[in-house]
Ligand binder design. Structure first.
Ligand code: SAH
Length: 418
């Protein structure tokens, strides 16, 4: 991939591409990027069912509505903000990024300058001294609302009123500023404690005709334009008629479930992150949706309890993190036997592994699985087979959606039916 990173190219669109490593496909025409992703999905998943053409973007740049910058002090440069060099904790200064929202990048540069004039010290990871660690910005794609999260090592920001006023004066489009305290020696960006310095402490965005509240710690898809298309496909696959009981597993702030609720009998959302569940409950109310309940729980545990209680579900949306789902979740799913499973995945490899489980087929990538893992899997598989439920699902179709142009990340939505 070296040759694709724009190194040594005169027209290279990013001066830090080789150090950052995020844009594996930089310098490659967008149509070619889409072809590569299509090929990857086909190679990995074609054996399960039909792969549709990848849904790309019309304008594949500056799509990231969530932007993160780490702050550091460097000799000769002073305060810098940017990204960690790939695989290291060395900070590479970044002024603007091909993927990130332009306004968010401008705000980060302003914070860099203000930090200098307010004489704030940046946090030093080695010594644990210093105040300013990270800045996180979230932009509501349709509402234009902007949230700035200042991640500090202490809750005390000197001259905070003046700082907030100065930042809002430079960028009146900022709607809220939150101070997040992270005093741990960790690579996690956000700490536990939060304090609202300005505005409401969250932003709202509109998606699929609904309004969503997004708090600093909640997951929200980073590419709003493509999320509309992804959810559109997911809803099409669900083929709801108005009477179904629907589970939205790994639901985040409830986006998919709330988008589906108008065409379902009832929706049950489950999510582990407490802040996200709180947002989901508020989002239900905000949109006047009454046929939806959200639960804070591990999705696997919830599904097992749900199946054990003899409850029924007609359609299950599942949108797990990169690591994919769990066998506990999928065993419960196979016992529940919903008519349709709509699996949204941001990692085709774990999607492949999970489809193998749900359809009872072997995954080529798993050939090297350790004996113990393979043994465990066989045993669980046997249990489900004894229950007469395994391998009954078939993949009807898979649609890749390019949520992350210029990177090698691939998103796909998959319809499974009994
Ligand atoms: N469907 C949502 C969120 C998808 S991201 C959307 O489209 O916006 C995956 C979500 O799974 C995250 O919100 C994460 O907090 C949640 N999650 C991770 N592990 C989980 C688990 N074990 N049980 C339930 N939710 C989990």
């Amino acid at each position: 991939m070296e040759g694709n990173r724009g190194e040594g190219r005169k027209d290279r669109p990013c001066p830090v591409a080789n150090k950052c490593g995020g844009c594996r496909y930089i310098g490659m025409p967008y149509a070619e990027q889409l072809r590569q992703k299509q090929k990857t999905v086909e190679q990995l998943l074609e054996k399960y069912g039909k792969i549709n053409k990848i849904i790309g973007m019309d304008v594949p740049e500056h799509y990231r509505n969530k932007v993160h910058a780490v702050f550091d002090f460097q000799k000769g440069r002073g305060i810098v903000s940017g990204i960690y060099q790939e695989g290291t904790h060395h900070v590479v200064p970044v002024e603007q990024c091909l993927l990130e929202d332009r306004k968010a990048d401008e705000i980060i540069l302003s914070i860099r300058e203000l930090a200098k004039s307010f004489k704030y010290k940046t946090y030093n990871e080695d010594t644990g001294y210093g105040l300013l660690r990270h800045v996180l910005i979230r932009v509501g794609h349709t509402t234009g609302q902007i949230m700035v999260v200042l991640v500090l090592s202490s809750p005390i920001l000197p001259s905070r009123k003046n700082f907030v006023n100065a930042l809002c004066k430079l960028h009146p489009e900022i709607t809220t500023i939150v101070l997040n305290v992270n005093n741990k020696r960790t690579s996690m960006v956000l700490g536990d404690k939060e304090q609202v310095l300005y505005g409401k402490g969250y932003i709202e965005d509109r998606l699929c005709g609904r309004t969503f509240r997004i708090s600093p710690k909640s997951f929200y898809q980073v590419n709003a334009v493509q999320t509309e298309k992804l959810y559109g496909k997911a809803l099409e696959y669900a083929a709801l008629t108005g009477s179904e009981t629907v589970i939205d597993a790994y639901c985040g702030i409830g986006t998919i479930g709330l988008a589906a609720a108008g065409s379902a009998g009832k929706v049950i959302g489950v999510e582990l992150n407490q802040a996200a569940v709180k947002d989901a409950v508020v989002n239900g109310k905000l949109n006047g949706i009454k046929n939806v309940d959200f639960y804070q729980n591990d999705a696997g545990k919830f599904m097992v309890q749900f199946a054990d209680a003899g409850e029924k579900a007609d359609v299950v949306f599942m949108d797990p993190p990169r690591s994919g789902s769990t066998e506990a979740f999928m065993d419960a799913l196979l016992c529940l036997r919903p008519k349709r499973i709509v699996y949204i995945s941001c990692n085709p490899e774990t999607l492949c592994r999970d489809l193998e489980y749900l359809t009872g087929k072997r995954c080529r990538n798993d050939a090297g699985a350790s004996g113990t893992d393979a043994g465990k899997r066989r045993e669980r598989g046997k249990k489900v087979q004894e229950a007469g439920t395994a391998g009954n699902y078939r993949v009807e179709e898979i649609t890749p959606v390019d949520m992350f142009p210029f990177t090698d990340s691939i998103e796909a939505v998959c319809l499974l039916r009994i």
